[in-house]
Design a protein around this ligand. Structure first.
Ligand SMILES: [Zn+2]
Length: 500
């Protein structure tokens, strides 16, 4: 059993003007050949899960390339072309294959394509032929298009948000592939879509109606009624005409009742659309909450509009501006992506003071820079290791990084951003969350996996950014106008299809 494995993972935000380059991928990783196997085996990643199954099955694994970038603006087409070209070269040099296990995000846009993941799978299918089993893992925020469904035999999405089941998703992906190759099956792909986009900051699988929906899907699997299921809520800041919105996919016996399960789950998803509401406070209100907080734990101000996991730039100093305007005495910490400020901090040196201009270096349309006198507290190479629970043990790289102190405020100034919801994002740089009255996290929901335990209270703040929860405030041009929340088509009825 000869299986190709590879990965191309990036979530695109159409409203971020900064393109994602090969360098952005290199900040997290680009692995080829043997290095891919060495770095991914026995890790809690999608490829770790895929390899766990393939190794146990005694498969001959042929790696091509694994590329992973944090979310950001659309990817430069040359990066996509390079990945496809390199993988096709590996396919041609190692034919024939029995299967391919591919790790993708599913909401990736390039400078020339709306559906990069569909394109990748289509090119692989052309090269591998119709009989090779292609099985692909996806983020829960994937935009599963017709082209993806047409070119992958199996599609498995995360069951968790905050995402913590990277390994399990890879495991499911490879298991379906291996089972078909070893013993055959009668599984069909059943799916239904609902024309809705909801902000990723408004739900979690940890509780609430969306969490119950996922649990009910798991019960169908545990009860042997279906083989696998995924519920996708497309990345809401992806402005593409091929938007799938919300989608339920089930793999089950072609002759069984899976059609009704798909329709039931999708109808419930549609009916709960109104519950996906952002409940936010003004930054000033959160500062006042932090001033009243004497618990010894921080108040978390969630700046989800500048969430780097949702593809915003992370360059907003909006909260810093409000802290300085109010003159609040609270001890606060916040991150800002700002390359010129990092360079200046390295010139000024540790312990010295300088005049800094912070923020709005990547997207000056949404926020303004803040001028402040700051002391350089520490300088770093930006590398740290996640503490988890998500992707514990994985290394991350923020590029050159400085901690600046502006009065009672510590600003973590980075070259790029990754994993802002992991406590080591702060701790590694000397910012111990428990020593602050207010901490700013630029994420939508991912931070909950670690920070619900650490924070006294959590507030989403009204702030500008490319990942604003108010989708009606953003300049959408391609998502069809009948999608919720741009309109509300009351007569929608979920209709399940069985892929031919
Ligand atoms: Zn996601």
């Amino acid at each position: 059993m000869r299986i190709l494995i590879c990965e191309f993972f990036q979530e695109s935000n159409s409203f971020n003007p900064e393109l994602t380059t090969r360098e952005n991928f290199a900040y997290t990783y680009i692995y080829t050949d043997g290095e891919l196997l060495e770095k991914c085996r026995n890790t809690q990643t999608m490829l770790g899960g895929i390899l766990g199954v393939l190794d146990a099955a005694g498969a001959e694994v042929i790696p091509s390339c694994a590329m992973y970038s944090t979310a950001g603006g659309p990817v430069e087409q040359a990066v996509v072309d390079g990945f496809v070209r390199d993988t096709i070269a590996v396919i041609r040099a190692n034919q024939p294959f029995d299967g391919a296990c591919v790790s993708l995000h599913g909401a990736t846009q390039s400078t020339e394509m709306e559906d990069v993941c569909g394109y990748i799978l289509q090119e692989f299918r052309k090269e591998l032929g119709p009989d090779v089993v292609i099985s692909a893992s996806f983020d829960l925020h994937a935009n599963i298009t017709q082209r993806i469904r047409d070119n992958a035999d199996f599609i498995c999405g995360f069951h968790t948000y905050p995402h913590v089941d990277f390994y399990d998703t890879g495991h499911r992906t490879a298991e379906l592939c291996v089972r078909r190759l070893q013993s055959g099956d009668n599984l069909g792909l059943f799916y239904a879509e609902a024309p809705m986009l909801v902000s990723a900051s408004t739900y979690t699988t940890m509780r609430g109606p969306f969490g119950e929906l996922i649990q009910d899907g798991k019960r169908l699997v545990a009860g042997g009624k279906i083989a696998d299921f995924s519920v996708f809520q497309a990345q809401p800041w992806l402005d593409v005409s091929c938007c799938a919105g919300a989608e339920v996919i089930i793999f089950a016996d072609k002759d069984g009742p899976a059609r009704s399960y798909v329709e039931e789950l999708t109808s419930r998803l549609w009916r709960m659309r109104g519950t996906f509401r952002s409940n936010s406070s003004s930054v000033e209100e959160v500062i006042q909450e932090a001033e009243r907080n004497t618990s010894g734990k921080p108040v978390l101000l969630v700046d989800s509009s500048d969430s780097v996991h949702a593809g915003a730039c992370g360059d907003s100093a909006f909260v810093l501006q409000k802290l300085l305007e109010t003159g609040s005495p609270i001890k606060a910490a916040l991150p800002v992506v700002d390359v010129p400020a990092v360079e200046k901090a390295f010139q000024v040196g540790v312990g010295w003071k300088g005049k800094f201009c912070l923020g709005a270096t990547k997207d000056a349309r949404l926020t303004s820079p803040v001028e402040a006198e700051a002391q350089v507290r520490s300088l770093h190479d930006g590398c740290f290791i996640n503490e988890g629970p998500a992707l514990a043990g994985q290394s991350r790289n923020l590029g050159r990084t400085a901690v600046l102190t502006v009065g009672n405020i510590d600003v973590l100034v980075t070259t790029t951003v990754s994993q802002p919801g992991d406590p080591q994002f702060f701790r590694h740089f000397g910012i111990e969350p428990l020593f602050y009255q207010m901490l700013v996290v630029k994420a939508c929901t991912s931070f909950r996996a670690a920070f619900e335990r650490i924070a006294e209270k959590i507030f989403y703040a009204d702030a500008p950014g490319a990942a604003s929860p108010d989708l009606n405030a953003l300049p959408f041009r391609h998502v069809p106008a009948y999608f919720y929340p741009f309109s509300d088509t009351a007569e929608y009825r979920a209709e399940a299809h069985l892929r031919d």
